[in-house]
Design a protein around this ligand. Structure first.
Ligand code: NAD
Length: 373
């Protein structure tokens, strides 16, 4: 019998009414019955903070941990040390920064995510966020809700996306898809900054309209819109601080659906207030759920707009949930059967990084070995 611990978000009434909300504790990725039938133990909880939480209690002897970036159970080095049986961490979604990957490596714990499962969902959200900032949509909608009507007040800060330069920090599965989706808008330039090449099969020959920029600062200086699409790791934590934001074009828009902690919370707020940024949008926060007094809830540009923040949901549409629930089940199934994992899903295995996305490292990614019990 294997003990599986799943930290998922609370769905409440919505999850009772909508069984396709698979990322919730109520619907448990659709794996409860299956695991029970197979004779395994499944603990499902949303209680993840502090030493008395269910997460910290059960991590002590769980063999498999399933977490979701939407309600991350932060698996710190201390908790990894405390976990006696942990062999496999499954991220139901994409982005495993809530796990201390170096500490996982030290204990030979495999970390796998459902790569690609929600990349279209996020790319669509990015395009929507760019448009809502550039076109000043949120304050316009708020006028309607407030029974107000003032075209000039909105139009004074509304623009077309056509003719603007857009750049992505990170051009992997999501960043690439964002640029692809922006083609139809006749932007001036579509730029990308990344230390790895374009995703497999997406060579620059097929995409001469996407231009690679070698230095982040050079790209930022050209962009009207910057979209962040890289993982959170030691080199990207706090990357968008006062200094980097000062390298952006004055009045640019910044969209971050990657991870909240890539942007310094106070630097973003200050930049909006000074006019250095005209808008900031995204769904990711440096702590989740975001506290009521988080500065990004009420951060505005000099005209009182420019805030496109929402709770972390871009990658958890119902379509995405079906994909990441299936993918998480597949990873667990392979582990239980002692089968090889799909290499694309592996982040760390056998004490080393299997993915190139979590920072540039000297060592080449290792070949994969089965992650069996
Ligand atoms: P991916 O691995 O396909 O691509 C990530 C790219 O970022 C890689 O090409 C990598 O080389 C690049 N990169 C890493 N560090 C960089 C740096 N310092 N500068 C420039 N580029 C860098 O991953 P993906 O599927 O595109 O997802 C990217 C990230 O988006 C995830 O790690 C996750 O944090 C986030 N995400 C958010 C949601 C959401 O719901 N908001 C959902 C899925 C993923």
């Amino acid at each position: 019998m294997v003990k599986v611990l799943a930290v998922l978000y609370k769905g409440g009434q919505a999850a009772k009414e909508e069984p396709r909300l698979l990322g919730t504790i109520e619907n448990s990725l659709g794996i409860s019955e299956w695991l029970k039938k197979e004779g395994h133990e499944l603990i499902v909880t949303d209680d993840k903070e502090g030493p008395d939480s269910q997460f910290q209690k059960h991590i002590a002897d769980a063999e498999i941990l399933v977490t979701t970036p939407f309600h991350p159970g932060y698996l710190t080095a201390d908790l990894i040390e405390k976990s006696k049986n942990l062999k496999l961490c499954v991220t139901a979604g994409v982005g495993s920064d809530h796990i201390d990957l170096d500490a996982a490596n030290k204990k030979n714990i495999t970390v796998a995510e459902v790569s690609g499962s929600n990349v279209v969902s996020v790319a669509e959200h990015v395009v929507m966020s760019i448009l809502l900032l550039v076109r000043n949509f949120v304050p316009a909608h708020e006028q309607i809700l407030a029974d107000d009507w003032n075209v000039a007040q909105i139009a004074r800060n509304a623009f077309d996306l056509e003719g603007k330069t857009v750049g992505t920090v990170g051009c992997g599965r999501i960043g690439y898809r964002v640029l692809e989706r922006l083609r139809g808008f006749n932007c001036k330039e579509l730029l990308w900054f990344d230390y790895t090449d374009l995703p497999e099969g997406k060579s620059n020959k097929r995409t001469p309209d996407f231009k690679r920029v070698d230095k982040l600062e050079d790209m930022l200086a050209k962009c009207d819109v910057v979209t962040i699409n890289c993982p959170l790791h030691e080199k990207t934590r706090g990357l968008f601080n006062d200094e980097i934001i000062s390298k952006m074009k004055k009045g640019a828009w910044l969209v971050n659906t990657a991870r909240g902690a890539i942007c310094d919370r106070n630097a973003v707020k200050k930049a909006l207030e000074s006019g250095q940024l005209n808008g900031y949008a995204g769904d990711v926060w440096d702590v989740q759920p975001a506290p009521k007094d988080h500065p990004w809830r009420h951060a505005f540009n000099t005209l009182g707009g420019g805030n496109g923040m929402v709770p972390h949901y871009s990658g958890t549409t119902l379509d995405a949930q079906a994909r990441y629930a299936n993918g998480a089940k597949d990873i667990i199934q392979r582990y239980l059967a002692g089968k090889e994992q799909n290499p694309a899903n592996l982040i760390v295995i056998d004490g080393d990084y299997a993915s190139k996305a979590y920072g540039q490292r000297e060592k080449k990614p290792t070949g994969q070995k089965p992650a069996g019990p």
